[in-house]
Ligand binder design. Structure first.
Ligand code: GTP
Ligand code: MG
Length: 370
């Protein structure tokens, strides 16, 4: 609703109640701990509080964050789960996603190897789910780590004829580090050498004990090729998502993460962004690291032009000044001028940091020569 008690408001801001009450007094409102205040009053008090917040943030980030960022998250609504598919090379991650999406990405991949993060949204019984496909090749550790950090749930794909391999283990470790729940898809059960029980046995060595064995890890036997168990897997993913009660405010300025980026010869810098909070619209201005821009066009995962994207939705955007760094956060800001100013401030700061580190190392060098 539009009203919130002072105590709940303090909790939302992560501030002691007495500080919030003080801020309210300073903005001309006398309120007790259980009193309800309206949005405007809350916004004024938050603005008072953000004076000190901003100062420390400015030091570390070199930018001004959105004013009273936490306050904007007051209207939380359900959002789609973000599900990342991880596992050892060739265990069938892309094939599984193809089966889920009824698409044929695997066939178009060079050498049959995924070399980037693919982002797709499907609609199942009216509910959206966003999937991120990650590469299993050992060279792409950073992408797997990024995938685990921005996800709600991981589908760990283990080929039933191969079992747990080095990048399966690595994926498990990323999930543990990011505290993300794992749903195991034991894939390729159509193959003659498939051994589901052996995979379950191996999983226990990593603390993943399947439900049938008295643990709490969901294991679903599937075949991406023969299209077996796909519905069961999706049902388990949705169940896990339900339990997490995923929410976001879609009515605030957008923030999120750069999934991947490249320079397109004809169209210029191109970035796939995953919106995590708020709604991103064509015409919005964003700041991404020391890159900025006003969004000229936006496309969904089927290359269809769209005008806006809410929480958990991946979009490809055109209009950035430069190719942003994958993994960086993006923030929508007031207008392009503000975005450019902030980006330039960041660039200057990066440069001066670079210069001071160069000077330090030169001095080190001289002292060593002496
Ligand atoms: P990377 O992205 O390179 O890590 O590989 P991936 O895990 O995405 O594997 P991909 O989907 O490209 O599949 C690898 C090979 O396994 C392909 O030849 C698929 O056709 C095959 N494959 C995938 N799933 C199944 C399955 O359920 N059964 C059988 N028999 N083959 C499968
Ligand atoms: Mg793949």
């Amino acid at each position: 609703g539009d009203f919130i008690t002072v105590k709940d408001f303090a909790d939302k801001l992560g501030k002691p109640v007495n500080e919030v009450i003080k801020a309210l007094i300073f903005s001309g409102v006398m309120a007790g701990i259980n009193q309800e205040i309206d949005f405007e009053t809350a916004a004024k008090a938050a603005a008072k509080l953000s004076v000190s917040i901003k100062k420390s943030k400015e030091e570390s980030l070199g930018i001004e964050e959105d004013e009273a960022e936490d306050l904007e998250d007051m209207n939380l609504v359900k959002r789609p789960p973000i599900v990342t598919v991880m596992g050892h090379v060739d265990h069938g991650k892309t094939s599984l996603l193809d089966a889920i999406r009824k698409a044929k990405v695997t066939e178009s991949e060079a050498g049959g190897i995924t070399q980037h993060i693919g982002a797709y949204t499907i609609t199942l019984n009216g509910e959206k789910i966003t999937f991120l496909d990650t590469p299993g090749h050992e060279a792409f550790t950073a992408m797997r780590a990024r995938g685990a950090q921005i996800t709600d749930i991981v589908i760990l794909v283990v080929a039933a004829d191969d079992g747990i391999m080095p990048q399966t283990e690595e994926a498990i470790n990323h999930c543990k580090a990011a505290n993300v729940p794992i749903v195991v898809a034991i894939n390729k059960i159509d193959k003659p050498g498939a051994n589901i029980e052996k995979v379950k046995q191996e999983l226990t060595e990593y603390g993943l004990v399947s439900e049938e064995w008295g643990g709490d890890t969901i294991c679903v036997p599937v075949s991406a090729k023969a299209k077996i168990g796909i519905d069961d897997l999706l049902e388990m993913v949705l169940l896990t998502a339900e339990m997490k009660e995923l929410k976001a405010d879609s009515n605030r300025r957008a923030t999120g993460t750069v999934i991947e980026s490249k320079l397109d010869k004809g169209r210029g810098p191109l970035a796939t962004l995953l919106v995590q909070k708020g709604t991103l619209n064509v015409g919005d201005s964003i700041l991404v690291g020391s890159t900025y821009g006003r969004i000229r066009a936006m496309f969904d995962d089927k290359q269809k032009k769209i005008k806006s994207a809410g929480p958990s939705i991946p979009v490809e955007v055109l209009g950035l000044s430069d190719v942003p760094v994958a993994g960086d956060k993006f923030h929508e800001v007031k207008d392009e001028k503000t975005a450019r100013g902030m980006a330039e401030a960041r660039k200057i700061k990066e440069r001066s940091q670079l210069q001071s580190s160069v000077r330090v190392s030169l001095e080190d060098l001289y002292s060593q020569v002496k």
